[in-house]
Ligand binder design. Structure first.
Ligand SMILES: Cc1cc2nc3c(=O)[nH]c(=O)nc-3n(C[C@H](O)[C@H](O)[C@H](O)COP(=O)(O)OP(=O)(O)OC[C@H]3O[C@@H](n4cnc5c(N)ncnc54)[C@H](O)[C@@H]3O)c2cc1C
Length: 499
């Protein structure tokens, strides 16, 4: 009977648990096996001494995509109560001590931008409206749809489209058509780091990110940080009867002929299923969980996103100089990015992001204390380079602290009660992310997107599917939610259940 169709999902990241709800709502019996003791993966949380940290994701962007997917799953997400719009998307601090409050409030932007570069406000409006058109077009034609064959992407009709969405123009060069001042060029392109790439190489397609931020705004969960989003999805999954098994690493996907029979756990237990879905990093899945190594050798040759060094600090004092989201941009932008992407290290004068959740959610720290997470982009693990991560960590920590001191947080170092640090190798171990390339892991150039990104179904084993940041459409929670929607639609289309 179709009601008994079973699906087993490897990994309880956002991609895995969202797919679980979709399938369970469509009469699949779903079980999820997760290697860690808690769900969430890169959207997990850490709690120590009353301080709560978002492990990875901190920004709720592109709320329209959350609504689209949550509405389909019957998950409530009310703006104003569950998620709160932020007045400032983030505050940008430049090396010379000046600041720019990035906001969707046009009047406030106008005053600030005109001071930096006369005439730039009008140009910024054009940049944003074009970028938002690219966003909508990409959602329709590239990001928000399944590709079943190459001709759906590569055809005569789509060639002008690829130019329209600026798939072949470098982002930084494109921004130069709108702005001259180095601060504005940085402010409108640094968002490429969200998907682990440099604006000097990434396509101007990604101008859609600041455009979507400035058009749709940035939100913060009212309580519990980004993990509260995971909790909402989990609640829906449990209501639909999904079974979760934590501390259960999967050792292998069990294959026979052209079919996946199920999975084999670390302890040797076999779990049978009609459909297998892997939410684990895709190159890791091909390399570690599947028998055929050919595809894995091919995946090794692709371009990978950068990694990140994260410092999570519990502090015994609050620092009012910081807002909820803070971005520190340094001079020597290009050189700094080259140190990450070409030298596979960290910039001597790093750009970094500081998350200060207590500004909007008191529950993130004990009273009068602060919880700060610092994220610094770093080169991914590469055996061809001499990467002494302990030295790199010390150098980066010192650079961050010195920069914060220059911004007026003079005594910050004395108030750090404890520190939890994630280096690229910690990311690799924590979530099995190849090379610690946490933003993807595969990069997002046009030749690794759409039909060209590793597909969400295995080419040979037709009942083995993939979901998450390294398959179609890409990294970031909005993309991963779409990935879950798209793979679920594909599974239901290819394996219909009786009504
Ligand atoms: C530092 C950082 C900051 C970020 N900031 C943002 C942000 O502000 N906004 C945003 O939208 N996105 C952000 N992201 C991206 C976002 O966190 C990810 O895109 C998203 O969480 C990835 O979800 P996923 O389901 O694809 O993968 P994962 O979260 O990696 O989930 C995969 C799961 O599979 C499990 N697993 C792996 N191997 C096995 C195995 N063998 N057996 C069983 N289980 C296994 C892992 O433990 C993990 O739980 C950020 C990421 C990082 C790292």
């Amino acid at each position: 009977m179709s009601e008994n169709r079973t699906a087993v999902i490897i990994g309880a990241g956002i991609g895995g648990i969202t797919t679980a709800v979709y399938l369970a709502k469509n009469r699949y019996r779903v079980s999820v096996y997760e290697k860690n003791s808690a769900p969430g993966g890169r959207c997990g949380q850490l709690i120590q001494d009353g301080h709560r940290f978002d492990l990875g994701a901190t920004m709720l962007l592109m709320p329209g995509i959350y609504h689209e997917v949550f509405d389909l799953l019957g998950i409530r997400l009310e703006e104003g109560s569950d998620i709160i719009p932020l007045d400032n998307l983030y505050k940008i601090f430049f090396n010379d001590g000046s600041c720019l409050e990035f906001t969707s409030d046009k009047e406030r932007m106008k005053v600030q931008l005109e001071k930096i570069e006369p005439g730039s406000f009008e140009k910024s409006q054009e940049y944003v409206s074009r970028g938002y058109r690219i966003f909508r077009l990409s959602i329709d034609k590239l990001i928000g749809r399944n590709f079943y064959n190459i001709f759906q992407m590569v055809n005569l009709k789509n060639i002008p489209l690829l130019f329209k969405i600026k798939a072949f123009t470098p982002h930084f060069k494109y921004a130069g058509r709108f702005f001259d001042h180095p601060h504005l060029l940085m402010a409108y392109t640094f968002q490429n780091i969200y998907v682990g790439q440099s604006p000097f190489n990434a396509p101007a397609l990604f101008s859609m990110v600041p455009a979507a931020e400035l058009t749709e705004g940035s939100f913060s969960p009212s309580c519990g940080g980004m993990f509260s989003i995971v909790e909402k999805i989990l609640e829906a999954a449990k209501k639909e009867g999904v079974q979760f098994h934590y501390d259960n690493p999967v050792r292998q996907i069990n294959i026979s002929g052209k079919k996946a029979l199920g999975i084999i756990l670390q302890d040797g237990t076999e779990i049978k299923a009609d459909i297998v879905i892997s939410n684990t990093d895709l190159p890791y899945t091909y390399r570690n969980l599947l028998p055929d190594r050919r595809k894995s050798v091919h995946l090794d040759k692709l371009k990978y996103s950068c990694s990140a060094i994260c410092f999570h600090w519990g502090l015994d004092k609050t620092f009012p100089q910081l807002e909820h989201h803070n971005v520190f941009l340094a001079d020597g932008f290009r050189r700094g990015l080259d140190q990450i992407f070409s030298d596979k290290s960290v910039s001597d004068n790093p750009n970094f992001y500081v998350h200060a959740p207590v500004r909007t959610d008191r529950s993130a720290a004990p009273q009068n204390h602060d919880t700060l997470s610092i994220i610094v982009a770093a080169g991914h693990i590469d055996k061809n380079y001499k990467q002494e991560w302990d030295k790199i960590r010390e150098k980066t920590r010192l650079a961050v602290i010195n920069r914060l001191k220059r911004q007026g947080l003079k005594d910050i170092e004395n108030h750090i009660k404890f520190e939890i640090c994630y280096l690229p190798e910690n990311w690799e171990n924590a979530c099995n992310i190849s090379r610690g390339s946490v933003f993807g892991s595969l990069g997002h150039n046009i030749f690794q997107m759409g039909y060209f990104r590793p597909h969400n179904r295995h080419d040979k084993y037709k009942n083995l599917y993939f979901v998450g940041g390294s398959t179609h459409p890409g990294n970031g929670i909005p993309n991963v939610l779409l990935s879950a929607k798209l793979v679920s639609e594909r599974i239901l289309k290819e394996n219909p259940t009786e009504k």
